[in-house]
Design a binder for this molecule. Structure first.
Ligand SMILES: CC(C)(COP(=O)(O)OP(=O)(O)OC[C@H]1O[C@@H](n2cnc3c(N)ncnc32)[C@H](O)[C@@H]1OP(=O)(O)O)[C@@H](O)C(=O)NCCC(=O)NCCS
Length: 172
C-alpha cells in the first residue's frame, strides 16, 4: 500500500515492536485510548487480536482493528441466513474496534481494514466454525458498513451488522 508517497503496511500487533501511538487521533476518545492503555493487555490475555496499519519503518499507527471470537443471536440474522443456522446462537468473529486516524480518513483505508478483517476471519474459519463476521455500530457509521456489504440486523438489535463468510468467499 502507498499513502502520501509513504509505504503503509498492515500487521498483526507484535508486543516486541515499538509502535508510535502518540499522535493517533480518530476523533473518538475511547478508540484512541484503547491503543495506549488497553491494546497491549488485551493482546497478552488473548482477549482480542489487534491489527495495525503503520507507516513504513517509523511504525506510526494510522489505523487499526481488533478481532475476537464470539457469537450473536440467530434472531439477529436476516431471514435467508437465519434458515442456514440450526442453533440459537451463531458462531462469529467479532470486529470489536476499527478506527482510522483523522488525517487518513476518507481515502479508503477503513474499507481496506474491513477487507483485511474479513480475510482474517476466513483464515480463522479454517480451524473452527465461523458463520459470519459480526460487529456493533453506532448509527452515524451504519452506511460505512452497508457500503462494504455488511447486512444490518432487521430484528433484535439494529446496531448489529454481519457479513457471512460464504458471502465473502463468493465475493473473492
Ligand atoms: C469509520 C472509519 C473507520 C471509516 O474509515 P475511512 O478510512 O474514513 O473510510 P473509507 O475512506 O474507507 O470509506 C469507505 C466508504 O465509506 C464511506 N464512509 C466512511 N465513513 C463513513 C461514515 N461514518 N458514514 C457513512 N459513510 C462513510 C466513505 O465515504 C466511502 O464511500 P465510497 O466507497 O462511496 O467512496 C473512520 O471514519 C473512523 O475511524 N471513524 C472514527 C472511529 C469510528 O467511529 N470507528 C467505527 C466504530 S463503529
Amino acid at each position: 500500500m502507498e499513502g502520501n508517497g509513504k509505504t503503509v503496511s498492515l500487521e498483526r500487533y507484535d508486543a516486541d515492536t515499538a509502535y508510535n501511538l502518540e499522535d493517533f487521533d480518530c476523533d473518538v476518545p475511547h478508540l484512541n485510548e484503547f491503543l495506549s492503555k488497553k491494546m497491549c493487555k488485551e493482546a497478552r490475555k488473548m482477549i482480542s487480536v489487534p491489527y495495525l496499519c503503520v507507516i513504513g519503518d517509523t511504525k506510526v499507527v494510522i489505523g487499526y482493528f481488533t478481532l475476537s471470537s464470539g457469537s450473536i443471536e440467530r434472531d439477529y440474522l436476516t431471514p435467508r441466513p437465519r434458515k442456514e443456522v440450526p442453533y440459537s446462537t451463531v458462531p462469529c468473529i467479532l470486529l470489536g474496534r476499527i478506527a482510522v486516524c483523522k488525517s487518513a480518513q476518507g481515502h479508503g483505508l477503513g474499507k481496506r481494514l474491513l477487507g483485511k478483517a474479513i480475510q482474517q476471519a476466513i483464515v480463522g474459519s479454517q480451524s473452527a466454525g465461523v458463520f459470519a463476521m459480526a460487529l456493533r455500530a453506532e448509527e452515524h457509521n451504519w452506511d460505512f458498513y452497508k457500503k462494504a456489504g455488511f447486512i444490518q440486523s432487521n430484528s433484535g438489535d439494529r446496531t448489529t451488522f454481519f457479513y457471512s463468510l460464504r458471502q465473502a468467499e463468493q465475493h473473492i
